[in-house]
Write a protein that binds this ligand. Sequence first.
Ligand code: BGC
Length: 452
Amino acid sequence: MRDRLQAELHFPPGFLWGTATAAHQVEGGNRNNWSAWEALGGGRIFGDHVSGRACEWWDGRAEEDFARAASLHNNALRLSVEWSRIEPEPGRWDTAALERYRAMLDDLHARGLEPMVTLHHFTNPLWLEERGAWLDEETPRLFARFAAKVAEALGERVTLWCTINEPMVYAAQSYLIGHWPPAHRSLDETFRVAAQLVRGHAAAYRAIKAVRPAAQIGFAKHQMTVAPGTPLIGHLGAGLIHYLFNEAIFGPFNGRRLNFLVRSVSIPEARGTLDWIGLQYYAAQHIYLSRSPGARLPRLEMRAPEGRPRGPRDWGELAPEQILPRLKHLYRLVRQPIYVTEAGVPDPDDSLRPAYLARTLRAVWQACMHNYPVRGFFFWSLVDNFEWAEGYDPRYRFGLYGVDFQTQERTERRSARLYRAVCAANALTAAIVREHAPEAFDVIFPTPQPVE
Ligand code: BGC
C-alpha cells in the first residue's frame, strides 16, 4: 500500500482544467425555441417543468459561480452565448446582451479562467425556429453572420470557439426521436439537419477566422460506446449506430461525402475547418433486439445490460474507462488536438460522481501518456442545471455544486473537493484518490501482481 500511495499521474503542462455549461441551462429568462416548448406543457418535459430562472446567471449569479470555479483551481471554463439574446430579431443586435457577455468574459479572465465559447448549444431564436430552423437553406449563412458578430464583439477575450454542441444529438433528438422541439420524426429531415449543421460549422469557422485569425475553432461531438447486447442483430445494430452516430459526420472534414447510407451529400467547404475537436462522452449503450408487449415487430433497443452500473431510465451503462477508446477513435477520425468538452454523470447524492470522475481522469491521463494530443478537460457541470426534456428531475443532477432551485443556494459536493485537489496538482495522485474517492482506489491503483 505504501508504494501505491506514492503514485502520481501527472497531466501535461498547460493542460486546461474546467467545467462546461450551456446558456439555456443556467442563465434563466431566455426566450427561444426551448422556452416556447416548455410553455406548451402537456408532458413534453418531466413534470411540465420550465427552465424559468434556472441558475440566475444572467441576473448576476454567473460571477458567483465563476468564483466557485476559480476556487477549484480551474484555469478554464466552457460556456455558451445565447443566439436569441444577441440577435432577438433577424439582423438586429442587442448591444446590452453583448455587453453582459463581455462582462462575464472579463470576470472569467480576472479569475484566471480561459473561456471556451460555444455558439450553438441546442437552442434557436424563435424567429429562426419559425422559418424552419436548421431545415431552412439560409440557416448556415445566418449562423455564420451571428458568429462573425460575436467574434467582432467578444473576440478580443476569446481564443477557443466551439461552433456547435453535439450536432448529431440535436439532429436525432429534434428530428428523429422527437423528444425535443420541433419534435419531428423523419429520417430525411434528420439527415438534412445534420448536413446543414456541417455547413453551418464550416461557414462559422470561416466567418470567425476572417475577423479573428488567431481563433482556435472546433465543435463538440458526443461519442457513444455502442456494444452488441444480443448476438447477430445486436452486432449489426451496434455497427450501424456506431457508424451513423459516431463517424458519418466526419466524412466531409476528411474530403469525403457526408454519407448516411441511404443518402449522401458532398460538403467540400468543411474540409480544413477543424483546429480541434471536442469529445463529449457519457455512457455505453448495448443494442438488443427486443419486442415490447403487444407490439407486432421486434425493434432495436439501447440499454445497459442487467447488473451493470447504470444511469436513470435509458441513460445507459456508466463505464468511465470507455472514454479512452472514444478518445483514440475520435483522434483517428480527426487527427487534431482534442478537448474533452464534456463528461459527467447524473448523480443527485454524489455517491457515484467522485469515483466516476477519478476513473475518467485516469483514462484521460492514459490517452495523454500514449501521446494523444488531449489539451484539456471540462467536466459537466459546474452547478446543477436545467436538463432539457428531463427539466429539473431530481435524478438528473450533474453539478460539482448542488443547487436548490427554490433558494438558489449552492452546496459543494465531495466531487468538487476531489476536482479541486486534482486541478491544483495538475495530477491525479494516490493521496487525492484515497482522500476523496477511496472507493475507486483499488481500480485506479491496483495492487501489483507478483511476476510468476
Ligand atoms: C449536453 C448537455 C447535457 C448533458 C447531460 C450533453 O449531451 O451537451 O447540454 O445537459 O449532456 O445530459
